[in-house]
Design a protein around this ligand. Structure first.
Ligand SMILES: NC(=O)C1=CN([C@@H]2O[C@H](COP(=O)(O)OP(=O)(O)OC[C@H]3O[C@@H](n4cnc5c(N)ncnc54)[C@H](OP(=O)(O)O)[C@@H]3O)[C@@H](O)[C@H]2O)[C@@H](O)CC1
Ligand SMILES: Nc1ncnc2c1ncn2[C@@H]1O[C@H](COP(=O)(O)OP(=O)(O)O)[C@@H](O)[C@H]1O
Ligand SMILES: [K+]
Length: 482
């Protein structure tokens, strides 16, 4: 068993694959062995995290997720803890493994109660796991509110109950947990829903135990990206070795977005950075950055540059897009460039054709921009299945897609998508997306392929935010200059 961190690379499996892995594993083992292992893992983690917990409330549901926790209750009782089980199910309809585990909990002397205890030191959420088919209601919903709203530590078995394992979509509002308060032990496989959309808030710290079973032969539906490899700079290098980036954006009133992308590209290591503002009379925003070189948009030699296009672009970006899409060898499309493409099928076709000409493209939509590109009405439709949305955009436009937000997804045609675990809600402040676009531009300019550039810079952008001092405000300007 180990804790999952942002540094860790791992395969993620959806519910269908996990079910197949479970069946294959169970077929090779004696009856109930898998559930005993699962219960033991839960008990060990609970004891390790909260060795002094007196009252441990274990809320068990009607399926095998509850079964895992009956077994954990028996194991905790044998270790001299005082678990109290409440059961939201029908004993006569329990699956075989869970019925056996319930008998073991009773034999160990664990009280099985109807009502939630008035107080607890630790709650174990085992109401629903992979088999959740609808929103928890009635007693289950009430217990979940008590478990996640009490401000007390929670350990979720396999999944926070009601969290969709494939998508991270929640049918129950878990709200945010205090740091260190929520833990989730994922069993047999790691599931993508724990790491994106609402998953990170609901689960808190994720732990993994494969129960001694192999997932070989099953294809992962996604991967945790893990830390990118460090790219050393050769001593024998010069500014031409790291490429030229041009930022094309910054219409009237939005020049700041383009300046943020430019300064991020500069600090991201680009050899030279050109700033081509769309605002014909820009305010003197760039004075603190003498390294930036100002150009008119039509002066840019597109065919020799890495272009970051669209930050603060407004409507004015539309007149430049056809030329940029046709000529730029390496291109990051952000913000208003994406909105323009969503509105204009001819631009969409030019974008799709780039891959045939071996021109590298990274698109960096937030959920609403992704929805527009997919012809969906709201960001909620994208958030309902972020992996599918990113993969669908990558396929449609034959480009690398960075779908931003908690658990940023990076997808490329014919590649397993990755989920990034760096970053936090302090990034939810204006301009941080422009900074990311500039960073990816610098990585593309240095010669990295689109997918590698996107994965690496998404990781670094989030890692900077994670390391940000708590007493210092995180602004996009400061982030760009780091
Ligand atoms: N077998 C083993 O050895 C191992 C099993 N493992 C464990 O098993 C878990 C999967 O178990 P599972 O398939 O039984 O599904 P689980 O999530 O417990 O519940 C299904 C039940 O809930 C019900 N139900 C659904 N939604 C509901 C709602 N909103 N409100 C109320 N009821 C609702 C649903 O009823 P139905 O939808 O059919 O009406 C059905 O009765 C997995 O997550 C892992 O913890 C692993 O540790 C490996 C070892
Ligand atoms: N809650 C969050 N957790 C992790 N990252 C976040 C969160 N909120 C925002 N971010 C990151 O911050 C950036 C915001 O980008 P974007 O939405 O384009 O904002 P803007 O247009 O203001 O630059 C993205 O990289 C996104 O992934
Ligand atoms: K659960």
């Amino acid at each position: 068993m180990h804790r999952i961190t942002a540094y860790y690379q791992a395969d993620l499996f959806d519910v269908a694959a996990t079910r197949r892995i479970e069946r294959a594993a169970a077929a090779k083992l004696p009856a109930h062995a898998l559930m005993r292992r699962a219960g033991l893992a839960v008990a060990r983690l609970a004891a390790a995290l909260h060795p002094h917990a007196r009252a441990i409330w274990i809320a068990c549901g009607p399926g095998n997720n509850g079964g895992d926790a009956f077994e954990a209750a028996a194991q905790l009782r044998e270790r001299s803890f005082h678990p109290i089980v409440t059961f939201a199910g029908d004993e006569a309809r329990l699956p075989d493994d869970a019925r056996d585990a319930l008998a073991r909990a009773r034999a160990a002397g664990v009280p099985i109660l109807e009502d939630a205890p008035t107080e607890h030191d630790l709650a174990i959420d085992a109401l629903l796991g992979l088999g959740a088919t609808r929103a928890p209601e009635g007693r289950m919903a009430q217990w979940l509110t008590q478990i996640y709203g009490a401000g007390k530590p929670v350990l979720a078995v396999d999944l926070p109950s009601g969290l969709d394992a494939d998508t991270g979509h929640c049918s129950f509002d878990f709200g945010p947990g205090a740091p260190g308060q929520r833990h989730c032990l994922s069993l047999l496989t790691l599931k993508p829903g724990l790491f994106t959309a609402h998953g990170r808030d609901a689960a808190g710290a994720v732990w993994f135990d494969d129960l001694g079973c192999s997932s070989d032969g099953e294809a992962p539906c996604a991967r945790l990206a893990g830390e990118p490899t460090f790219r050393p700079r050769a001593h024998a290098s010069h500014k031409g070795s790291f490429g030229d980036v041009a930022i094309l954006g910054g219409d009237q009133g939005m020049t700041g977005a383009a300046v943020l992308a430019a300064t991020a590209a500069l600090h991201g290591g680009a050899g030279r950075v050109f700033l081509a503002l769309l605002d014909p009379r820009p305010p003197s925003l760039i004075e603190p950055w003498p390294e930036l070189m100002l150009r008119r948009p039509e002066q840019l030699a597109l065919e020799h540059l890495t272009i970051v296009c669209g930050c603060g672009g407004g409507d004015a970006i539309r007149t430049h897009l056809a030329r940029v899409l046709a000529q730029a060898p390496r291109l990051v499309l952000d913000a208003d460039a994406l909105n323009a493409i969503a509105d204009d099928a001819a631009l969409g076709t030019l974008l799709t054709q780039r891959s045939q000409h071996r021109l590298a493209t990274v698109m960096t939509p937030h959920p609403l921009e992704a929805a527009r590109l997919l012809g969906l009405s709201t960001a909620v439709d994208v958030q309902a299945d972020r992996l599918a949305a990113a993969a669908s955009l990558a396929r449609r436009f034959q480009a690398t897609v960075v779908l931003k937000g908690s658990g940023t997804v990076v997808a490329s045609p014919n590649e397993v998508p990755t989920i990034n675990l760096t970053g936090n809600a302090r990034l939810a402040t204006g301009g941080t997306g422009d900074v990311l676009a500039g960073m990816i531009g610098a990585a593309l300019a240095s010669g990295l392929p689109a997918l590698q550039a996107a994965q690496g810079e998404v990781w670094r952008h989030g890692a900077i935010a994670d390391a940000w001092p708590h007493d210092k405000p995180l602004t996009a300007g400061a982030l760009a200059a780091t």
